[in-house]
Design a protein around this ligand. Structure first.
Ligand SMILES: *[C@@H]1O[C@H](CO)[C@@H](O)[C@H](O)[C@H]1NC(C)=O
Ligand SMILES: *[C@@H]1O[C@H](CO)[C@@H](O)[C@H](O)[C@H]1NC(C)=O
Ligand SMILES: *[C@@H]1O[C@H](CO)[C@@H](O)[C@H](O)[C@H]1NC(C)=O
Ligand SMILES: *[C@@H]1O[C@H](CO)[C@@H](O)[C@H](O)[C@H]1NC(C)=O
Ligand SMILES: *[C@@H]1O[C@H](CO)[C@@H](O)[C@H](O)[C@H]1NC(C)=O
Ligand SMILES: *[C@@H]1O[C@H](CO)[C@@H](O)[C@H](O)[C@H]1NC(C)=O
Ligand SMILES: *[C@@H]1O[C@H](CO)[C@@H](O)[C@H](O)[C@H]1NC(C)=O
Ligand SMILES: *[C@@H]1O[C@H](CO)[C@@H](O)[C@H](O)[C@H]1NC(C)=O
Length: 514
């Protein structure tokens, strides 16, 4: 169990060859509503881009601990892209590219180094500087409060998200953010893909805080894969709900902003048309999407989760249910690919089960359609996913992450990424034309950042960051030029010729030898 899903995440890092994109390819920025009704941007998260990990009073998060324990090819985010020092340069680059919005996260342990209590003035100043710089360049800040980075001090003190104490501390942290930045920040996301965070952090143990139990995970020194994913998710949902309630009561009327939660989702299709695979596909959607979205929309977990997890999934009290229901203005979605779902109901016969055994599916790559090791990219899956989400009352949606990973080898010639973005943005347009209430799209990622599983071995960036250069110089890839010309209103038709140097050494020659 578990290895199927893990294989898929690992495959996100695979090298991808050129692909043919079918469907809508000839469109322009003007086919979408103008800002602020719809924004195009790009994203990052604090630990992946800031660096200055132990500078100016920041303390480690569980992600620092994970990165320093050898999970990411010996790499870590101590320096990352050094955006902490280079934010002006980066915002300038964003403006040049034509970004209308930038999605970034606040490092809780930079702002409040003890997790709770005093605010770090240097942290406050950094985020004020970044936000002001963005606004001065006409770029909307879209802020995430939590992106895999529980302050280590709270993990040590009470077990982080396994404890209800984290709810109170998170709300207090969020309150500082709303109070200090809310006059300029209109879009707040409480948690980034908590479904993946708890699945990999508390079931398989592959991501921070690396908790799991045998036989479900490997090499964990502590944890309980049968119960902890459900407990952590419940506390995260209640932290989200309390935070949203605080924002709606105390800040929204004055600051006029919006608050939401983000989830990760593949588009799932049945492996075969057999009834059990079709039912398994619905089950996968209930476990991945419904786990968080059903509480937000209906005030409770999906029936199938309650049935399969039994007493291991917490029950919402009446008060909790009322608080969580309706606690969002928008849903954030991280979407990269389509996956196939095969029934694995046999796993329900095991006496001891983890979350994945409760889900009772095998998630497969659509391998048959692609050469070995290559990722099943299916732009149409985004439109299908958005159609599916309409079923939840057509909530406002931001595509918070979408992009393509490739090995970092110095090439700036990323035609596959360009085609990927073109395909998915076209698919998004099709969904919008059919009534999807999607209000924004962010590529992952603006720069080649420190990646969660892969360190610096691969990247999704529009811009390459030269790690061999002590100034960590940024170089635009073809995809940056394509996105920029799209954002500036030009046609996206793929026969458009983009003149660009194909790799870093060419680029350096043409720019530095004059
Ligand atoms: C953090 O807690 C320690 C010990 O309680 C205290 O000495 C320190 O001043 C606190 N730091 C901040 C920034 O609140
Ligand atoms: C688990 O630990 C063993 C022995 O230390 C090591 O060989 C293996 O690679 C580890 N597995 C993972 C998934 O970290
Ligand atoms: C996990 O917790 C459940 C419920 O408390 C318990 O029955 C089970 O033995 C625990 N498993 C481990 C590996 O500790
Ligand atoms: C499932 O049925 C549809 C419609 O009949 C068909 O297009 C599709 O190829 C079938 N899929 C599989 C995996 O057999
Ligand atoms: C996956 O396989 C199914 C069935 O063969 C096919 O209908 C579908 O187009 C394939 N590709 C993707 C990416 O979904
Ligand atoms: C670099 O990687 C890309 C795909 O990520 C590949 O197309 C290209 O051939 C590679 N170049 C070299 C020099 O390895
Ligand atoms: C368009 O939206 C309608 C209403 O939500 C839905 O019934 C229909 O299936 C959608 N069309 C496509 C092609 O997805
Ligand atoms: C970049 O281009 C130069 C000159 O054309 C070539 O020698 C070199 O192999 C290329 N490097 C990569 C990584 O593609």
């Amino acid at each position: 169990m578990g290895s199927g899903v893990i294989a898929i995440l690992l495959t996100l890092m695979a090298v991808v060859a050129e692909m043919q994109i079918e469907g809508l390819t000839d469109f322009t920025r003007l086919d979408f509503p103008p800002p602020p009704n719809f924004v195009f941007g790009s994203g990052s998260s604090a630990y992946q881009v800031e660096g200055a990990a132990l500078e100016d009073g920041r303390t480690p998060s569980i992600w620092d601990t994970y990165a320093h324990s050898g999970y990411t090819h010996g790499a870590n985010g101590d320096v990352a892209c050094d955006e902490y020092h280079k934010y002006k340069e980066d915002v300038h680059l964003m403006a040049e590219t034509g970004l209308e919005a930038y999605r970034f996260s606040i490092s809780w342990s930079r702002l409040i180094p003890n997790g709770t209590g005093a605010v770090n003035p240097k942290g406050l100043q950094y985020y004020n500087n970044l936000i002001n710089e963005l606004i001065n360049h006409g770029i909307e800040p879209h802020v995430t409060l939590f992106h895999y980075d529980t302050p280590q001090i709270l993990e040590d003190e009470y077990g982080g998200w396994l404890s209800k104490k984290a709810v109170k501390d998170f709300v207090a942290y969020a309150n500082v953010c709303f109070r200090e930045f809310g006059d300029r920040v209109q879009h707040w996301t409480t948690f980034n893909e908590p479904n993946v965070f708890v699945l990999f952090g508390y079931d398989s143990g592959l991501l921070p805080p690396n908790r799991c139990s045998s036989p479900f995970g490997t090499n964990c020194t502590r944890g309980n894969s049968s119960t902890e994913p459900y407990t952590a998710a419940h506390n995260i949902l209640m932290a989200h709900a309390s935070t949203a309630k605080l924002y709606m009561k105390k800040y929204k009327a004055v600051q006029h902003g919006f608050i939401g939660l983000n989830i990760f989702s593949y588009w799932y299709i049945p492996y075969t048309n057999a009834t059990e695979d079709v039912i398994a596909t619905q089950r996968a959607n209930d476990f991945f999407i419904g786990w968080f979205l059903n509480p937000l929309v209906y005030g409770d977990y999906p029936e199938i989760m309650k049935k399969n997890a039994g007493t291991r999934i917490p029950t919402f009290t009446k008060i909790e249910s009322r608080e969580v229901k309706g606690s969002f203005d928008f849903l954030g979605v991280n979407h990269y690919a389509t996956a196939q779902v095969k029934d694995m109901s046999i796993s329900l016969q095991m006496d001891s089960r983890d979350l994945l055994a409760d889900m009772a599916v095998t998630i497969k790559l659509n391998e048959s359609d692609f050469p070995p090791g290559q990722f099943p990219l299916n732009p149409a899956g985004l439109k299908e996913l958005l159609e599916y989400l309409k079923g939840y009352g057509n909530p406002p949606i931001y595509i918070h992450e979408n992009g393509l990973s490739a090995i970092r080898n110095g090439t700036l010639d990323d035609i596959p990424r360009l085609q990927y973005l073109q395909g998915f943005i076209g698919s998004l347009l099709t969904a919008i034309r059919n009534g999807s209430n999607t209000k924004g799209y962010f590529t992952w990622s603006f720069l080649d950042v420190f990646e969660l599983l892969d360190g610096y071995n691969s990247g999704y960036g529009l811009y390459y960051v030269d790690l061999d250069d002590k100034n960590l110089k940024r170089y635009p890839k073809l995809s940056a030029q394509w996105y920029s010309s799209f954002l500036k209103g030009r046609s996206t038709s793929s026969d458009q010729k983009i003149e660009v140097s194909a790799n870093i050494s060419d680029f350096k020659e043409s720019h530095f030898s004059q």
